[in-house]
Design a protein around this ligand. Structure first.
Ligand code: AMP
Ligand code: ZN
Length: 496
């Protein structure tokens, strides 16, 4: 590869050059959603961050096998084997089949990812589709002596494992400290040690999702699915493993232990973790009650929102921070993101239509600044996928694009190669790498019709005929268009 990419590896806590095991092939595993409810905007941030990483690797020419699982069984309410299975509980409370819950929220997740212009992964395996692989993995861990059975459940023996391995490797923590700082949680009466975790859980009679196994009827522990499915599709060792930072302490720590215990090595060489979307400084989370759904943001219907924002503005808002920094939600930050996004989107349009003027003597300033802004697009992404740096470089390019388009500078004063490089780099980064798209490129007919309908609706509103204006607004919403009244008294529309 021409570019040298550096990534921050949570496993070594260092920035390292990314060198795949088998270039140009790259294996990447990302923990996917638990499909028992709508994904909230925090979840979206994590998946959009990995979409950016996936897109950049593709742009560099890697052939990426991107595996992102769907958790449809085994994820209990608490991380440490307490509570009910989330999918089963939702099914019980809604009097539905668990697979109806899974289907509904998987479809919803896909819809949301598409709205955010996230590329689908190469493989999207489910936990319930890999029960046999998970049982086989438990057998191997038992054979190697790192697990034990108690009354139909199998637990991983953390203290035994730590005698020869480093259980806290991912967080750089010592077992002693972890033992001292852990509350006794689910299944403690059966567990030998406080940190032991379930590989297989005996199902109570009322439990809905259960399978036969050599140890009786039960279901797999949550951490097991990712070890089994990454093994199956990416092999015992692959390049990148990702997920949110909140998965490091338990889910990924246990996943590493399972892999080391069964195959002798950590599954991935580079561990990438995304930071959290926060609301007033607190992690956005369903259980904290401060989460909102993508549609609430598009429609501006959540109490924290002053108005709606389009999907590309939200994507852009996320890209304005590095994936390893927290992002705090605020209306002001979204307003700023909207302005910036529109400016860059406008320049992308202008640039693709721009023809270079006849060549004249080269203006060194233009030549050098454009060349270095093009390089900086790469420098940003090569520095651990630093999208804010890349956006800054695109912003510099957009200024040149604008001055060429409005003829305040002569586009003939840069070499043809530099002019083409500017167009290509801008296009590649705006659309392919950052995954942005134009939101007002509906073609004349749709835009014209929408404009006409919006005017009729606004006339009805001005005449206090709210029944008609609401009917139009609702009707448009049902066919996928959201109207937003802005402060200037105009009405924008977005596709939802
Ligand atoms: P879950 O469906 O709860 O398993 O979460 C799916 C993914 O979303 C995981 O990688 C989590 O780490 C991530 N996640 C959860 N909450 C947030 C948040 N507030 N900000 C960013 N990522 C999050
Ligand atoms: Zn996982």
């Amino acid at each position: 590869m021409e570019q040298k990419l550096f990534v921050y590896n949570s496993l070594t806590r260092k920035k390292e050059e990314f060198i795949p095991l088998d270039a140009p092939h790259v294996g990447m595993y990302v923990c996917g959603p638990t499909v028992y409810s709508d994904v909230h905007l925090g979840n979206c941030r994590t998946f959009i961050s990995f979409d950016l990483i996936f897109r950049y690797l593709l742009h560099l020419g890697y052939k990426v096998r991107y595996v992102r699982n769907i958790t449809d069984a085994g994820h209990l309410e608490g991380d440490a084997d307490e509570g009910e299975d989330k999918v089963s509980k939702k099914a019980r409370l809604s009097a539905l089949e668990p697979m109806e819950i899974v289907q509904r929220y998987t479809v919803d997740f896909h819809d949301v990812m598409k709205i955010f212009n996230a590329l689908p992964p190469s493989i999207e395996p489910t936990a319930t589709g890999h029960i046999i692989e998970q049982i086989e993995l438990v057998k191997v861990i038992l054979e190697k002596g790192y697990a034990y059975e108690v009354d139909g459940s199998i637990y991983f023996d953390v203290e035994k494992y730590n005698q020869t391995q480093d259980y806290g490797i991912l967080n750089g923590r010592k077992l002693e400290d972890m033992l001292n700082n852990t509350r006794a949680l689910g299944g403690q009466h059966e567990k030998h040690g406080k940190l032991d975790f379930a590989l297989w859980i005996k199902a109570k009679p009322e439990h809905l999702m259960k399978w036969p196994s050599p140890w009786g009827v039960g279901f797999p522990g949550w951490h097991l699915e990712c070890s089994a499915m990454s093994n199956k599709y990416l092999g015992h060792q692959f390049d990148i493993h990702g997920g949110g930072m909140d998965l490091m302490a338990t889910h990924h720590t246990n996943e590493i232990a399972q892999n080391v215990a069964s195959c002798g090595n950590t599954p991935a060489r580079y561990w990438l973790h995304t930071n959290m979307l926060t609301v007033n400084g607190q992690k956005m989370s369903k259980s904290l009650g401060n989460s909102f759904l993508p549609h609430e943001l598009f429609e501006g219907t959540h109490a924290l929102l002053k108005r709606g924002y389009s999907p590309m503005v939200v994507r852009f808002f996320f890209l304005q921070a590095s994936y390893r920094s927290t992002v705090d939600f605020s209306n002001e930050a979204l307003d700023a993101a909207e302005k910036f996004y529109k400016r860059l989107a406008e320049a992308a349009k202008k640039l693709s239509a721009l023809q270079q003027n006849p060549l004249v003597a080269v203006d060194d300033e233009a030549e050098n600044e454009i060349a270095s802004a093009c390089e900086d697009c790469y420098n940003g992404m090569n520095d651990n996928f630093n999208s804010p740096k890349t956006l800054e470089a695109l912003n510099n390019l957009s200024k040149w694009a604008n001055s060429f388009a409005d003829a305040t500078r002569n586009s003939g004063a840069v070499s043809a190669a530099t002019f083409e490089r500017m167009k290509k780099t801008y296009n590649d980064f705006f659309y392919d790498v950052l995954g942005l798209k134009q939101e007002d490129n509906e073609g004349g007919d749709t835009a014209g019709l929408l404009g006409l309908i919006v005017n009729l609706r606004n006339q009805a509103k001005a005449n206090k005929d709210y029944a008609t204006s609401d009917k139009i607004r609702e009707g448009l919403k049902q066919i996928g268009f959201q109207l937003n009244d802005n402060k200037q008294g105009n009405t924008d529309w977005i596709r939802i």
